[in-house]
Design a binder for this molecule. Structure first.
Ligand code: ATP
Length: 339
């Protein structure tokens, strides 16, 4: 099979299971976004793929070949870090070329590859500068060029956008997506930002405490989260989850205390319905608003058009759009299929 395959990959640090029995595959030209909260094992996963750590169990396969025992230098895998990790005393050009020089790539070949990488990320105007003379976005582009120039089989990205300000982050996110489309290759992009994962990933793996909770396309993760954790981790504001015997009744769903209803804020309608509540807080965000409503001791968040938004203190009626209600087992959090 071509591409990257992780089989039963585990990593233990003393008593901490950083990764437990991870099975994942990433096809050629596919970008896998690994999403999860701090400490769930994202960086450990990348370090195992790069060969910077040895797994406690399991295998890493590239194009069907077992590379688990290979040192990093023999894997043709390149990693882009959050911190960029550029050499401060070298110019941008030297930084980009460094990986080729140490691998004894002939000079003319190296120069052509540097040109190509620089053209792809658009950092040709800063080649003679040193890293401290660059903006955050420029530094990020240089780090990308340095990774591209090696023409690796696998690109690893460890939260590469997290040090950028909000606007630049959105811009670089789009650039990364376009770059991946043009350059191809196996890419694994680690992030704790669910929007980044949804935007960039051909598929997403959601990690929690070292385990893969769900692996699927962004649409699958969004529409059919396998459990409450995935449902609440993906989406902002987060999905409302309330007891099925609570104030938010939905046609066809039994008022069973062993069940929970999950409703995303955009699927909660204001103005009519079975639940009545008091508006506690309104967050206007441009054309829409997030309305926090207290309903019989439960806080629900609805997304509505900003133009018709209620005010704090208003009494409102609420209903859920039945086709978009998720059901979870209250005890385990697992998704329950609706009959
Ligand atoms: P973050 O988003 O905060 O960077 P992460 O998802 O990348 O987190 P990891 O850095 O992979 O998480 O860490 C996973 C777990 O393994 C954590 O509990 C962490 O404390 C632990 N861990 C990571 N590296 C080591 C190490 N070298 N020694 C001991 N424990 C470690």
């Amino acid at each position: 099979m071509s591409g990257l395959r992780l089989e039963g990959l585990s990593k233990r640090y003393g008593r901490i299971d950083a990764l437990r029995d991870v099975d994942l595959s990433v096809g050629t030209d596919e970008l896998l976004a690994v999403l999860g909260p701090s400490g769930c094992g994202k960086t450990t996963l990348l370090r195992l793929i790069a060969g910077l750590e040895e797994p406690t169990g399991g295998r890493v396969l590239l194009d069907g070949r077992d590379i688990t025992g290979l040192p990093p230098g023999r894997r043709n895998v390149s990693m882009v870090f959050q911190s960029h990790a550029l050499f401060p005393h070298m110019t941008v050009r030297e930084n980009i070329a460094f990986g080729l020089i140490v691998r004894d790539v002939p000079r003319a070949d190296a120069a052509a590859r540097v040109e190509r990488a620089v053209g792809l990320v658009g950092c040709g105007n800063v080649l003679e500068r040193r890293p401290h003379e660059l903006s955050g976005g420029e530094r990020q582009r240089v780090a990308l060029a340095r990774s591209l120039v090696r023409e690796p089989d696998v690109f690893l990205f460890d939260e590469p956008l997290s040090n950028l300000d909000a606007e630049l982050r959105v811009q670089m996110r789009a650039e990364l997506k376009e770059l991946h489309r043009r350059v191809g290759g196996v890419s694994v992009h680690v992030t704790h930002d669910q929007v980044e994962a949804l935007v960039l990933g051909d598929r997403i793996a959601v990690l929690r405490e070292g385990r893969v909770e769900q692996h699927g396309t962004p649409d699958e993760i969004w529409r059919e989260p396998v459990n409450r954790f995935v449902a609440r981790f993906v989406g902002s504001p987060t999905m409302n989850v309330v007891p099925a015997d609570g104030p938010l009744r939905v046609q066809g769903v039994p008022a069973d205390p062993g069940l929970e209803l999950g409703v995303r804020p955009e699927h909660l309608r204001l103005g009519h319905g079975p639940a009545r509540g008091s508006v506690a807080l309104v967050e206007p965000v441009g054309s829409e608003a997030y309305v926090h409503v207290d309903v019989a001791g439960v806080r629900l968040v609805a997304r509505c058009d900003s133009a018709g938004r209620p005010q704090p203190g208003d009494q409102v009626l609420l209903s859920a759009v039945p086709d978009h209600v998720h059901l979870f087992d209250a005890a385990t959090g697992a998704r329950v299929r609706r009959r």
